[in-house]
Ligand binder design. Structure first.
Ligand SMILES: Nc1ncnc2c1ncn2[C@@H]1O[C@H](COP(=O)(O)OP(=O)(O)OP(=O)(O)O)[C@@H](O)[C@H]1O
Ligand SMILES: [Mg+2]
Ligand SMILES: [Zn+2]
Length: 395
């Protein structure tokens, strides 16, 4: 048999196998138990977090010979065919390439007829936001009152592109990025089952780089096992991932906020010696400073980051003040272009980073206020016993 990539091999076949997305699984499970399944679902969320998987599971749940049930058997004809994508009564349609009004008319015509074998006729439309305006309009009537045997399941990464008329006719479920801890757990299980001797530290690198997307994580794992063999060392994994490790970027940001010029220079040297792209480093660093600024401004770290990163950003944001962060960001962001064009990218980057640290306003507003407070207190205590009017001093 030909090699099946991990993401396909490990597509969850039961709702219980899904990592994260419990809020969706629970609601759908209850709806099935209580026989209150909606006629149109919309699954939204980032790439590779389980939308298509959940759509297929819902189709199985509805059409399983033992069903409708939240725990489809997985062995009957309906279940196995849905898993293989060959069921006659479950159509998986790619909205990107079938986006015209004629495609929707075809669905509409087809939907009138009873299912050929199973309980429901189910239309799964992926990337539904790609449908044309006319196609959406053609869908409205059927979506409002489909025949009893028809169910629609739409999936999209860009729900904001859907017309309100469609949104209001669907039951919407928002899929989330998968938390770092849950993802690590799942990767460990898969790694073990595949007989791969890969360390937790290596898997964490994969988790960080995949940013909450399980498909990305599994593709990276595939890539690592293919290029480094079944027992890769941490260095080999870092190398295979080819990118700048998130911890390196975090460490840079911390050193800059703490004005630790020595550490900044050491880190640049490390990255340089590893042969990584310095422009990429500058870009990553600008992004990290942006995250830090956002965290400072709104009091919480961007949701797209892993939990551990969110925590460390929040800690670091407390140490910095807005003026300093703004300055750091400006200089680092401004140097990306220079670094990409410089004859000596390393020098350009080093100088920019040092400048950012040195020029970070020594007298930022909170610091100045603190100084004023100290001086006022001093002046007050010096003036006690003397005049009662405002102390006369210069800051
Ligand atoms: N929540 C999850 N739990 C376990 N595995 C998952 C999960 N989400 C995704 N995967 C893995 O990633 C693969 C792709 O998932 P899926 O096709 O469901 O993603 P998607 O959300 O539809 O992505 P896209 O927006 O790119 O279509 C699955 O085959 C599975 O291996
Ligand atoms: Mg999908
Ligand atoms: Zn079944």
């Amino acid at each position: 048999m030909s090699y099946l990539v991990l993401a396909r091999k490990w597509r969850p076949q039961k709702f219980d196998d899904m990592t994260g997305q419990e809020h969706v699984v629970r609601t759908i499970g209850n709806a099935i138990k209580m026989d209150r399944v909606a006629h149109a679902y919309l699954f939204c969320g980032p790439r590779g977090v389980g939308k298509t998987t959940a759509a297929r599971l819902l189709a199985k749940a509805l059409n399983c010979e033992q069903g409708p049930t939240a725990t489809p058997c997985g062995t009957c004809r309906a279940c196995t065919e849905i898993a293989a994508g060959t069921s006659v009564d479950v159509a998986e349609i790619d909205g990107a390439s079938n986006n015209g009004v004629e495609n929707v008319r075809e669905i509409r015509e087809n939907a009138k007829y009873l299912p050929q074998r199973d309980r429901h006729k189910i239309y799964i439309i992926d990337e539904v936001h790609m449908l044309s305006g006319a196609a959406f309009n053609a869908l409205l009537k059927t979506l409002e009152e489909p025949p009893g045997h028809v169910k629609f399941i739409f999936a999209t990464t860009e729900a904001h592109k859907l017309p309100d008329t469609i949104l209001s006719r669907c039951q919407r479920h928002n899929f989330r990025r998968i938390s770092a801890a849950r993802m690590l757990q799942r990767l460990k299980e898969i790694g073990q089952a595949e007989g791969a001797g890969i360390s937790d530290a290596s898997l964490s690198m994969v988790v960080r780089q995949s940013e909450g997307g399980m498909r990305d994580a599994l593709s990276l794992l595939d890539q690592i096992l293919a290029s480094c063999g079944p027992n890769p060392t941490d260095e080999a994994v870092a190398e295979a991932l080819g990118a700048i490790d998130r911890t390196v970027v975090q460490d840079f940001a911390e050193a800059m906020v703490r004005k630790d010029a020595k550490r900044v220079l050491e880190r640049v040297e490390e990255v340089f010696n590893r042969g990584l792209d310095l422009k990429r480093l500058a870009e990553e660093l600008a992004l990290q400073l942006r995250h830090l600024f956002v965290t400072k401004a709104i009091g919480e770290a961007p949701a797209e980051l892993s939990e551990s990163e969110q925590k460390s950003l929040q800690g670091l944001a407390k140490e910095a003040d807005t003026a300093q962060l703004s300055r750091l960001f400006d200089v680092v962001h401004g140097c990306i272009w220079d670094v990409s064009r410089a004859a000596q990218p390393r020098l350009a980057l080093e100088m920019a980073l040092l400048k950012a640290i040195q020029l970070a306003p020594a007298g930022s507003i909170p610091e100045l206020l603190a100084r004023v407070d100290r001086l006022t207190a001093k002046a007050d205590s010096g003036a006690s016993g003397g005049r009662s009017g405002p102390a006369n001093f210069r800051v």
